[in-house]
Ligand binder design. Structure first.
Ligand code: PDD
Length: 291
């Protein structure tokens, strides 16, 4: 059995040790995966892009018709208490809201109280080797459902997608639906073509990562063209650079896809110049934007 960290967490209005936190077996999150979550990075004990994470939580709760159980100030307060109690300076705060506890029946029950859970753990950043060499990815058909835009805890499709990479000794699985790039199991995917950063459109097949808007801002600062458009599979395999973004990966260069080196010429299989610029700009954003 794994050892559960002895850290502080928040559950339904109270703070207590993570190992002792318990929810009902009839919780809709346990029964149906009926809930949403957020993963918010923390640098130097300060939350990064917290307002944007809260805005996405609001949008996702509304999609599932769950009323937001806390005000913005309450969320901030709870998160800051947990961050202060955790030893690490850089952390990842995990927030989950489920519909709550009800007798098992598929339809959405009304008049029940949402379950609220928050924990924070030390951030596991990409290793120096991964930063220096980039990471390996594999490709797969996107076999998940058609609501990839909802950041919900029903993540079995994503779990299965990630295992495709794990079984191949790779970091992520880059997925294609009907011949077009969607995303990876827990990251957004970007390509570089003729110096421009290209990402898939924000539609129902892709989670709108908080880094979608952040990368747009960083590209503007760095003078890199940024464009969202459908990206055919062949363009990904022919890309000059491929990158992943997520709360934990920040921006991470993909240097092999299905064991083939990414890129051309001297940069074949090496992290490229657009990655290098965006990574540096990201580090500056962390320093100035965390609250
Ligand atoms: N995952 N797409 C999927 C399917 C994701 O699960 C994530 C994040 C992203 C990137 O979103 P953001 O930039 O907001 O982190 C894209 C988080 C980290 C997780 O599930 O732990």
């Amino acid at each position: 059995m794994q050892t559960i960290p002895d850290s502080l967490c928040f559950l339904n209005g109270s703070f207590g040790p993570l190992a002792q936190a318990k929810v009902s077996v009839l919780d809709r999150g346990f029964m149906f995966g009926d809930g949403v979550y957020e993963a918010v990075p923390v640098y130097g004990k300060r939350l990064f892009r917290f307002n944007q994470h809260m805005a996405r939580l609001d949008r996702n709760l509304a999609k599932l018709r769950i009323a937001n159980p806390h005000t913005h100030e309450q969320w901030l307060d709870h998160c800051r208490k947990l961050i202060a109690a955790q030893a690490a300076d850089d952390q990842l705060v995990y927030i989950e809201v489920t519909r709550g506890v009800a007798v098992r029946d598929h339809g959405m029950p009304t008049g029940i109280t949402p379950t609220v859970f928050i924990m924070t753990n030390a951030m596991k950043p990409a290793s120096p080797e991964q930063r220096h060499q980039g990471v390996a990815c594999v490709s797969a058909r996107d076999f998940r459902w058609e609501h990839g835009d909802i950041k919900c805890v029903s993540l079995l499709g994503n779990v299965m997608a990630r295992q495709v990479a794990a079984d191949a000794g790779a970091v992520e699985t880059i997925m294609f639906r009907s011949g077009f790039l969607t995303e990876a199991s827990s990251s957004n995917v970007w390509i570089v073509h003729e110096g421009a950063l290209l990402g898939p459109p924000k539609d129902e097949h892709v989670l709108e990562g908080i880094r979608y808007e952040l990368l747009r801002e960083l590209c503007e600062e760095e003078g890199i063209a940024y464009n969202l458009r459908p990206i055919p599979e062949a363009d990904v395999f022919a890309a000059d650079e491929i990158m992943l973004t997520s709360a934990t990966k920040e921006v991470l260069s993909v240097t092999t896809l299905d064991k083939q080196p990414v890129g051309h010429g001297a940069l074949h299989g090496k992290p490229g110049p657009v990655y290098a610029k965006l990574y540096q700009a990201y580090q500056q954003a962390k320093a100035v934007q965390s609250i």
